[in-house]
Design a protein around this ligand. Structure first.
Ligand code: ZN
Ligand code: ZN
Length: 256
């Protein structure tokens, strides 16, 4: 593993950019993607107000340029963009203007569901939990078909939450794999929950055969918000890649 394509700084909910760069150096990487949350669409969950890269990306660009002068790492001025069905034109217009090196498209919310907050699901019965998860994969397939993004973020995100865990089916993975096979978008192997309750990468290593059969390749992302997370997750990703026999795509292929 020589590149981490997914890391957050204080331009969203992460840590000082210089500290993330130093952690990537310490982990022996030679490239780091700075992918702060970027929300173009107003949402009922208040995320748009918390994450304002839409307004600050030019400021961050200047900070990244400064950081480049002090490191041998290749730094990518990138973003993790919340995908919202129906708002493709506005998202696309913003991305054309911002000219990020690449973008990760992530479904964080869809319809009435916020997939980053567990509280909403605790009281649901299993049919309603399954409906919430199915709605997530509908949105993921639309994200891939939109062709707006180079990367699909944390493919099976609902698995992060205990209340929705194991409501993802093999058929869900199969339809995402089919969409990816027809798209320029590639998924990431995401280590955002390897040391928390999920305890594995996204997507589930047990279904990687589905993606391999569809000819889908992966980039690697620690989804770190702190330097210590980055340092701890790089070795876990290296192991996951080795165990799966994957040949990850270099980040540079997203840009060229
Ligand atoms: Zn995310
Ligand atoms: Zn992230």
């Amino acid at each position: 593993m020589d590149a981490d394509g997914h890391a957050h700084t204080t331009f969203s909910d992460g840590s000082a950019l210089g500290d993330m760069v130093a952690a990537a150096e310490a982990a022996g990487l030679d490239a780091l993607g700075l992918t702060d949350h970027c929300i173009v669409t107003d949402d009922p969950f208040g995320r748009r107000e918390r994450y304002d890269l839409v307004e600050t990306y030019a400021d961050r660009r200047a900070v990244i340029d400064e950081a480049r002068a002090g490191t041998d790492l290749r730094l990518y001025d990138a973003a993790e963009v919340s995908y919202v069905e129906g708002d493709e034109a506005r998202i696309g217009a913003f991305l054309d203007r911002a000219e990020f090196a690449y973008t990760i498209g992530s479904v964080h919310f869809a319809g009435p569901y916020d997939y980053t907050s567990a509280s909403q699901y605790a009281d649901l019965d299993s049919a309603d939990r399954r409906a919430a998860v199915e709605r997530y994969y509908d949105a993921v397939v639309s994200l891939v078909e939109s062709e707006l993004f180079e990367v699909l973020g944390h493919l099976d995100l609902p698995e992060r939450m205990g209340a929705l865990r194991r409501y993802t089916t093999r058929e869900d993975y199969e339809r995402v794999a089919a969409a990816l096979a027809d798209s320029r978008t590639v998924p990431e192997l995401n280590a955002g929950r390897v040391h928390r309750s999920l305890g594995r990468v996204h997507p589930d290593p047990a279904v990687l055969d589905v993606f391999r059969e569809a000819g889908v390749e992966f980039v690697l992302g620690t989804d770190s918000h702190a330097p210590a997370e980055l340092r701890e997750r790089v070795p876990v990703l290296r192991d996951a890649v080795r165990d799966a026999g994957l040949e990850p795509l270099p980040l540079g292929t997203l840009v060229d």
